[in-house]
Design a protein around this ligand. Structure first.
Ligand code: RIB
Length: 306
């Protein structure tokens, strides 16, 4: 079939430092790179590299950054006719500092992503019939994401929401529009208003989020794996071993691979394995889109770890 992704495109401005800067601290970077990113675009590339037909709907500015991002997406086989070039805005950027341990700090300037709205939903609607899922994240206005979820529901298409970054207020009605919710630990804490200190807390958190009206919740825990609430099942899956270079886009890799596996009618268990493997491979490489695994590398990795 195909999947639709409705969300952000950013040019990532990436610096590498020995540690993340403290307030008021000046650090030198050994490198400076511009890398295609944005959670929506990353999820689209993650699924496309695994052989899925992907439609991305979003906005860039009428500038060189936007052209660079669209060219990179086309090069990965992502269908880009749903991306609007908005002459009134700059392309979104993300200033990313990656520390030697792989952890990062990200500051966003939303630019055109912040103007995503009703006109973009109209470009999304004709692409939904025939799609197995709509992937959403929250680097676009919350109301636009909710409208996209409603359009998917009307078309009978499953909604996979990565609530990243988590908003201060998450409308209760949104939960009932989501089939699979994939927060990381920080986002789950924000949605639940309580800390998650252990795997047991994460399992309980996944269950609590499910009880808000979501069919399945996958709470991602980085190198501690995932906590999954699926129907009455509650399971912890460990992460695959990985040498961490850069954690940027690990969640996007997970979501794209999960959707790609489900699009191929693989089982839920296989889809979780694909997500975990894609995340492990993504953190072992630098950058957002450059780190996302191909189908061959993902299948090799799974065979090596079976
Ligand atoms: O999830 C990683 C992404 O978050 C980066 O590519 C950056 O653009 C930010 O949006």
């Amino acid at each position: 079939m195909a999947i639709c992704v409705f969300g952000s495109l950013n040019l990532d401005l990436v610096l590498r430092t020995p540690h993340l800067p403290k307030a008021g601290e000046t650090l030198s970077s050994s490198t400076f790179e511009t890398v295609p990113g944005g959670k929506g675009a990353n999820q689209a590339v993650a699924a496309a590299r695994l052989g899925t037909l992907v439609h991305l709907v979003g906005r860039v500015g009428a500038d060189g950054f936007g052209q660079q991002l669209v060219a990179a997406l086309l090069g990965q086989g992502v269908a880009c006719d749903g991306i609007f070039e908005d002459a009134s805005a700059r392309t979104g950027i993300a200033a990313i500092t990656v520390a030697d341990g792989g952890e990062n700090q990200i500051v966003l300037a939303a630019g055109a992503n912040g103007l995503v709205g009703a006109a973009d939903i109209e470009r999304l609607k004709p692409k939904l019939p025939g799609a197995s899922a709509l992937l959403l994240q929250l680097e676009i206005p919350l109301q636009a994401a909710i409208s996209a979820a409603k359009a998917a529901r009307d078309a009978g298409v499953k909604v996979i929401l990565d609530p990243a970054p988590a908003p201060a207020e998450f409308p209760a009605e949104f939960y009932s529009l989501v089939d699979i919710l994939t927060p990381n630990q920080t986002e789950a804490e924000q949605l639940l208003g309580q800390p998650i200190r252990s795997v047991a807390d994460a399992l309980q958190g996944a269950r609590s989020l499910q009880q808000k009206g979501v069919e399945r919740v996958i709470l991602t825990l980085g190198d501690r794996g995932i906590a999954v609430a699926d129907g009455s099942d509650l399971q912890h899956w460990p992460a695959y071993p990985s040498s961490v270079c850069d954690t940027t886009a690990a969640g996007d890799a997970f979501n794209g691979a999960l959707a790609a596996a489900l699009d191929r009618n693989h089982s839920w268990t296989t889809a979780l394995q694909w997500g975990l493997a894609a995340g492990a491979l993504a953190v072992s490489q630098a950058g957002a889109q450059p780190s996302l695994p191909t189908r061959a590398s993902l299948l090799d990795f799974l065979q090596a770890h079976s």
